[in-house]
Design a protein around this ligand. Structure first.
Ligand SMILES: [Zn+2]
Length: 256
């Protein structure tokens, strides 16, 4: 299947390819996936997902990080569903009730509109130094991940994504790491603003608890927000729990 670049959270601005090629996982691939990700941390699983996508389309490496969560979600979705929807289960944080919701790609997954102006990068001041930022791509994040795995004590995906924003990471990795991890006051504000601009562009899915909202007018109803990046971490166990076998697929013979 082809995912057209302009449908991605980045709207494909600056891409040299028109689409990304992704296929549903086969039974063998899914079995290998479940085995291969059984005992690894959420961060390792994230990079496992990225590598899986890279095997199908090398342009994944040139995708912006802002698009990759959606692509991982999409890959998993088409692997389990033929109609671009799946049912998820969450617990209401207020009353503990189990909530089920069918999420549909077309009606429930929305991106914040991208402003073309931010796609050329920016100049920021951090730790008293001036840095140039870029719209980080998957290959940039992989480099940060490699360096962090080897040298750093920090195992935080958001920090790695933030550091990948800096254009000179290849030559000044230690200095950038120090200035980002050690940022204080105003510098923290700058980093948080950059995160807002370049990551997490998929709006959380809203789920309403019927218990907690019983009898309340629409404007007073409170929803539980579920983010797509939280959905992709434990995707397959949740999917097999919720999206049971279609009864028409197996016809049992009658015992005579
Ligand atoms: Zn509730």
């Amino acid at each position: 299947m082809e995912v057209i670049s302009s449908y991605l959270p980045s709207a494909g601005i600056g891409y040299e390819f028109e689409s990304i090629h992704l296929n549903p996982m086969t039974f063998l691939e899914m079995t290998q996936y479940v085995e291969g990700t059984k005992d690894i941390s959420p961060i390792e699983r994230y990079f496992y997902d990225i590598r899986m996508l890279t095997h199908e389309d090398a342009n994944i490496l040139n995708c912006y990080i802002m698009d990759i969560d959606f692509l991982i979600f999409y890959k998993k979705l088409i692997s389990v569903s033929g109609n671009s929807s799946l049912t998820i289960t969450i617990q209401c944080p207020t009353c503990g009730a189990t909530l089920k919701k069918e999420i549909n790609l077309d009606t429930d997954i929305h991106f914040e509109n991208i402003d073309e102006k931010i796609m050329a990068g920016a100049l920021v001041e951090l730790g008293g130094k001036r840095y140039e930022t870029r719209v980080p791509r998957v290959k940039d994040l992989l480099k940060v991940f490699d360096v962090f795995k080897r040298y750093s004590r920090v195992n935080d995906l958001k920090m790695m994504k933030t550091i990948s924003l800096f254009k000179d990471f290849d030559t000044k990795s230690q200095q950038i790491e120090k200035d980002v991890l050690g940022a204080t006051r105003g510098d923290i504000t700058v980093l948080l603003a950059l995160r807002d601009l370049y990551f997490d562009r998929i709006e959380p899915v809203k789920i309403f608890c019927p218990n907690c909202n019983k009898g309340k007018p629409i404007e007073e109803r409170r929803s539980v927000a579920v983010s797509v990046d939280s959905l992709i971490v434990d995707f397959f166990p949740a999917v097999t729990l919720n999206n049971g076998l279609d009864g028409s697929k197996i016809l049992f013979k009658q015992v005579s």
